[in-house]
Design a protein around this ligand. Sequence first.
Ligand SMILES: O=C(O)COP(=O)(O)O
Ligand SMILES: [Mg+2]
Length: 223
Amino acid sequence: MPRALSAIVFDLDGTLIDSVPDLHAAGNMLLAERGLEPIDLPTARRFVGDGGRVFVRRALAERGVTLDDEDLTAATERFIALYEAHASDRTLPYPDVPETLEKLKAAGYRLGICTNKPERATHKVLALLGLDHLFEAIVGGDTLPVRKPDPEHAAEVLRRLGVAPEAACMVGDNEHDSSAGRGAGMRFILMRYGYARTPLEEIPADARLDRFRDLPDTLASLA
Ligand SMILES: O=C(O)COP(=O)(O)O
Ligand SMILES: [Mg+2]
């Protein structure tokens, strides 16, 4: 008999919050500062999931600009500053997310975050949306030398929660979440409404959901 689940490790962008409108706006502010034309929202959406540096590299490449490492670091720092100043202007939790997280916490689950968004911006957006009190461990894309899809990123969240992988489930929206969570020994639930770039049916998952409010029942069925 598998142990009952006692912890849930969540991805952030595309899973708990729809953050693309603010990432898109900050990206376009950066492009405008460099005299470049804006990118559209669906394009920006495809660029999310690998952290700020990769988002900036992809956005600049879309406008024909390639930077060396040092210049890309500077551009990324500028992008993150622009993003942090407007992190919740247009960002909202997906439907039923706050209520469902409260319900899961009240049911005794320990909750953690494993995101490729930089750690400071992660704390900021969670605080602005009133969700920060729910999580006992938050590991960002720049917290460790590695990040998703590396399973070590997810394993670090489990260590901080003090929970074994067999007693935990990762919940995310893309292939990196599946690789990191399953690689760390957790089960994985795919949220189908997010920002995955690969076909959803090709992402290994123990369950696939369209609505966040179905999570408690699904977790109970996996336990
Ligand atoms: O790419 C990012 O900035 C973060 O994406 P994630 O929260 O889905 O890991
Ligand atoms: Mg995501």
